[in-house]
Design a protein around this ligand. Structure first.
Ligand SMILES: O=C(O)CCC(=O)C(=O)O
Ligand SMILES: [Fe+2]
Length: 216
């Protein structure tokens, strides 16, 4: 009998579901739910994504502009959800998170050249921030983040979770998944993280964010 792959239907990620996948490690922390899964994507899949990101990149932007023009110096690419290759990766991310696809934003790509970074920030939007209504009135705030490194720069480019003191090194195909919320549903300030400066080479990642309510 062929095993039927059913799409996830849940509105939120379940740590027990994610933690039960093969080869998943949970980062020990009382303050955040954070998982690492090495080699989630193959080198070939990563290279395919890098090609698409490089072809369509634009300067990255931030919500709640803070006057620091060097806060996020990378470039961003909105990957085309209608591209069958992208759609297949999207479905694997949803299956990993265990979250219904309509809660997900389209996958983004990020590209960092030497000297580029994304300073310490949270992926959730500040409920008191000026841009909250603009970004969150329909789908609500961000819940989980899934991020995959598509390459490994020779120096720099780590992701540092500054509040919990955990630094993750880029590694081709490595996935990070974390909950941006507390068990109460409020935003978790311990999820703050810094995409650190690339010192040599180039760094690409994909980011996939899920929302409290259906997207779009
Ligand atoms: O590039 C990184 O290491 C972090 C990226 C990130 O935090 C983001 O895109 O929200
Ligand atoms: Fe982030």
């Amino acid at each position: 009998m062929i095993e039927q792959q059913t799409a996830p239907a849940a509105a939120d990620g379940d740590p027990a579901w994610i933690g039960a996948h093969p080869r998943v490690q949970r980062v020990p922390s009382r303050d955040i739910t954070l998982f690492i899964r090495r080699a989630f994507l193959s080198r070939e899949e990563c290279a395919e994504l890098v090609r698409r990101i490089d072809a369509q990149r634009r300067p990255s932007t931030i919500a709640d502009a803070n006057g620091d023009h060097y806060f996020r110096t990378s470039e961003t690419c909105d990957l085309d959800p209608a591209d069958p290759f992208v759609a297949a990766i999207d479905a694997r991310l949803d299956a990993f998170a265990g979250i219904a696809s309509h809660h997900g934003e389209p996958i983004q790509g990020q590209r960092y050249d030497v000297g580029q970074e994304f300073k310490a920030h949270t992926d959730y939007f500040d409920p008191r921030g000026a841009d909250f209504a603009q970004f969150c009135s329909v789908a609500g705030n961000r819940t989980w983040t899934l991020m995959v490194y598509l390459n490994e720069p020779p120096a720099g480019g780590a992701t540092r979770f500054t509040k919990i003191g955990k630094t993750v090194q880029p590694e081709t195909g490595k996935l990070l998944a974390w909950n941006n919320r507390l068990p109460s549903g409020l935003p978790n300030p311990a999820s703050i993280h810094h995409g650190m400066k690339v010192r040599s080479g180039v760094k690409h990642v994909i980011t996939k964010w899920y929302r409290e309510r259906p997207w779009g």
